[in-house]
Ligand binder design. Sequence first.
Ligand code: TRP
Length: 448
Amino acid sequence: MAPQSTERWGSRLGFVLATAGSAIGLGNIWRFPSMAAANGGGGFVLIYVLIILLVGVPAMMAELALGRRGHSNPVDAFGDAQPGGRWQWAGVLAMVASGLILSYYSVVGGWVLAYLTRSLRGGLAGLDAVGLAAVFDAQVSEPGAAVWWHAVFMLLTFAVVAGGVKDGIERWSKVLMPGLVVLLLVLLLRVLTLEGAMAGAIWFLTPRWADVTWPVVIQATGQVFFSFGLGMGVLITYGSYLNRSEDIPRAAVYVAAADTGVALTAGLIVIPALFAFGLPVQGGPGLLFVTMPGLLARMPLGAVATFLFFLMVATAALTSSVSLLEVVVAVAGQRLRWPRLRTAAAAAAVLLVLGIPSALAQTERGWQIAGRDFLSAVDSLTSDLLLPVGGLLTILFVGWVWGAGPALAELRTGSRGFRTAPLWVFSVRLVIPAALGVILVTRLLGLG
Ligand code: TRP
């Protein structure tokens, strides 16, 4: 019997906020509006919400149940449910992928921190698009600065995780997540009262069916996986700290609603702002670090809005990076039987070093892999390949190896009625594997 975790969440609210904190991140505030912009707006949004309901929520329930089953880390969660098999390698894959994601996520989080301090010192005020592009260029091409801020972000992530599940992750989530919502609403109000913003809101929410093509569906599914953090062991790990009295189906719905709500609100901030200032609707790093500060600075109370914006992005990024580090810490800590502080320090140090090539990606001597800079290459390897593979293995395991029956029993434990259970079984055994299979094949053949 593999070692079990004795750590538990302190309350349902704490668990939901921590899990929502993991889900809500750069993916919601930056990736989602970028993708919506690139894929025609309303149609993408509608498809995204449908995939959340049909694929995202059932898959989230499956992973939380698998984690709670033996209160074990991702590697042992697979190993215990099917002893003697090779399935624990799926957990190893998830852990490695989580670490890889964190290695570059922390680099981008570092840029956000750098911008946060810059905006505090007024360093972004009064710059036009050319000036802001130069600032961003300097930020990412200066090796010392890039590595320094990556290290600061990793240190913050470590500090939260070192505090433990209840006194670190949960406590900080209870402070940071409500703060995030307040910042989001303040910015939403600020943007939507700009002249011309409403046209952007309407564009963002109106489906144009001609824009809904197969690649759009595939991208939306990928984004759902990235945003929920599926297939990478995060939800297995957070589920392992749940009590049997917790209602997993209900909690999953709360988390999904929070995550989708934040993504839609971020879209309603970014896209109407672009419309109001007559800028082309497009995504990419420029959106977060050049276009948004440029727009925000031109508004009344612009300096304050810019600061609040980067504070919000930093908050969202931190609660996500914490979940990624926690996966590695859960596996390593239980396997090596090390105390949490030592495990967290060692894991953060290793991932800090692993992230350095990503931090140096945009500098003069940055490595290129297959024509991409290092950071984009790791992002693509993890999001486009490891994420769907991890998701597929996990869902096949729950639906067919551990089995839909026992998994359903676990979901029913603590739940006050799970009326959509038959739909859940159908989705976990057939719909989700089929969706992921199609995504993988199209990705591997380079069609999507
Ligand atoms: N979901 C986070 C975001 O939207 C990032 C993240 C956290 C993640 N944990 C993950 C992505 C696990 C993939 C896998 O930014």
